[in-house]
Design a protein around this ligand. Sequence first.
Ligand code: AMP
Ligand code: ZN
Length: 493
Amino acid sequence: MQSVNQELKIYNSISGVKETFNTVTKDHVGMYVCGPTVYSNVHLGNLRTFTSFDVIYRYLNHIGYKVRYVRNITDVGHLENDEDVGEDRIIKKARIENLEPMEVVQKYTYDFHETVRRFNLLPPNIEPTATGHITDQIRLIEKIIDEGMAYVVNGSVYFDVFEYSKSNNYGILSKRNLEDLIHNTRSLDGQSDKKNPQDFALWKKAETKHIMKWNSPWSEGFPGWHIECTAMSNKYLGDIFDIHGGGIDLKFPHHECEIAQSNVCFGTNAANYWVHANMLTLNGQKMSKSTDNNILPEEIFSKGSPLLSKTFSESCVKFFMLQAHYRSVLDLSNEALVAAEKGYNKLIDAINILESFKDFSNKSDFDIKEWVNNCYKAMNDDFNTPILIANIFDAVKFINKVNQEKGNISKEDWEVLLRSINSFVFDVMGLQKLKLRNNENSKINNVIDVLLELRNDARKNKNYELSDKIRDMLKNKGISINDSDKDSSFTID
Ligand code: AMP
Ligand code: ZN
């Protein structure tokens, strides 16, 4: 392993502290991440969570672990509002779009795969679907009933949270207390089958017109949302595995329920490290599929959005995300993306310059060994990409100095620096090497920005002849200027 002399620490949501990472099986990691519910296009918020786990996966591979990464596709059972009542999200979409539910699943699974590929996220090793594991889920539900922790009412099966709490800690993850839950849970219509409103569905009897349903010992119906992840993670990773991940919004109830199910079925919390990625917000509010507060990847990469002055490349957006730690909330704004683009281009320019170095000195005036060490230190401290990026920018500063003949580098150090910077930027963070295309684009954008600034100066000085001339000349070249009260931006036709 490349960072043998340093321990990897991971923040565990169960203990609330960073813990030394010890795996169940030496040199192997089992990692399960809750995947998308495929009822609509993935938005940038979803992409942030999957990017966070992509970097974790890449880094674990990089330091020599053999990782089995399982990320599911939820194609049944996820009801509206994450509750046990309401319509299945996929069936609702099928009704609205006049499609078969499986057409909805196919359409949005395809969209998801296209988007993550475009964003250069590595595919998981196994990508199981909930509908492909109905019998595994039924088997687990039978076991939970046998253990006396679930009950059957009118063809539906519910997990008995009260019974479970007598000998287990329901709330171990979310730190919610059952007493508080009882006070705070509304009693919703349609939940009257449950002994207590805190109980959650393991199996739901389907109404006659419900399309997605399967035979079971209790009724023709469909599984609850939480049992699918317990069934699939257990099937491919075993009774206890290393990392279970997902967005922080899944901590409760989804992950708390998974832990309860796993304790009854296997006597474990499923995973030793529960890892949660924080939310991407827009205008300070969580980006979400079910509200209109979101930006789709397509809008940001190619189509444009009224919220943005221009489009941004995939790597620039990813760089923007990785400048924040995965456990911090991150707010998306045009300003932040513009700043990230500048930073990213500066980084790629420096790597290009570094590659072209031909003149070397006997010794360097930069401690490369320590620098490499610091990069590992950042990643070993709960995958701290913002610190890693800050370190990388120390190297960028040094590269630019050498380029301006204000610094020295030896051939040996050059080789180490080039290899390390490439592996951290492209292999670990998964930024893309589309250097030339992005670079050329960004250079053109920079030139246009200069012209816009000159035109703004002309407008401020009331030299409208010049400002109109610049606008018209750009228009002739297919570049339109959009003026607003505050700023000008441009679009390339
Ligand atoms: P869903 O398809 O809604 O089940 O979400 C798929 C994944 O994206 C889950 O791990 C969610 O926690 C995560 N997610 C949803 N919204 C956001 C957001 N605004 N920011 C970051 N992650 C999110
Ligand atoms: Zn899940």
